[in-house]
Design a protein around this ligand. Structure first.
Ligand code: SAM
Length: 206
């Protein structure tokens, strides 16, 4: 079995409207757009890391209207399906992207929706500090062990590809590099602290 090729998509993506980032793609873009408007922040460049079918990337491009749009996706099967004129799309995984010295761009917003559960701790320890240098803000979703337990008991669904981690484990990996500033939105500690953040509601920083 090749990782994240046809079998993954047929197994995990059999009912598209129920999938986070697909069925509710407009809710994601409205949320981020409203939050950025409220705080007066403009994302002029975005990258989707592990874009899959590319629905979030397309929708964020449409709503945020950034000048630069980029994405990476390791699966050849799904990579070939996305057509997004003007976007810089590369078929590669997150570790290769992090270790690519040719990638010089610093993005206002990186999207990382439901991808971290497929990456080992060893690789995440290399990737996350680099990600915090290459992106100012990170739109992050990742299921923790509690969501996986619920999926199993309520939906009889089990993701055979995923590494199951607790919230505590994710926080330990993420917190040295990012501050949580809102639901799903993280801010790079490499660029910002409470002294220089453009996001003004300083109570909500964890
Ligand atoms: C649950 S899907 C999410 C796809 C997309 N982000 C979305 O929200 O619709 C997981 C994605 O992670 C990708 N992926 C798996 N391992 C990866 C890695 N090491 N680096 C980057 N992407 C990876 C898969 O190919 C797949 O596209």
């Amino acid at each position: 079995m090749k990782a994240f090729e046809k079998e993954y998509w047929q197994t995990n993506y059999s009912d598209l409207k129920t999938i986070d980032g697909i069925g509710n793609v407009k809710d994601h873009s409205r949320y981020v757009s409203a939050y950025f408007n409220l705080e007066g922040f403009e994302a002029e460049s975005i990258i989707d890391l592990g874009f899959g079918m590319g629905r979030l990337l397309k929708e964020f491009k449409r709503v945020l209207k950034p000048r630069r749009v980029a994405g990476i996706e390791p699966s050849e099967y799904i990579f070939k399906k996305l057509k997004l004129p003007g976007a810089h799309l590369r078929q590669m995984d997150l570790l290769s992207w992090a270790q690519d010295p040719k990638e010089k761009w610093i993005y206002d917003l990186a999207i990382l929706n439901s991808v971290l559960q497929y990456i080992s701790n060893k690789d995440l320890k290399i990737i996350l500090p680099i990600l915090a240098r290459r992106s100012r803000y990170l739109y992050l979703t990742v299921p923790t062990e509690i969501e996986y337990q619920r999926q199993k008991s309520e939906l009889s669904f089990k993701d055979d590809w995923a590494i199951i981690r607790s919230q505590k484990e994710y926080l330990k990996l993420l917190r040295p590099h990012f501050t949580f500033i809102s639901s799903r939105m993280l801010e790079s500690k490499h660029y910002y602290s409470s002294r220089n953040t453009p996001f003004q509601d300083l109570l909500f920083r964890f």
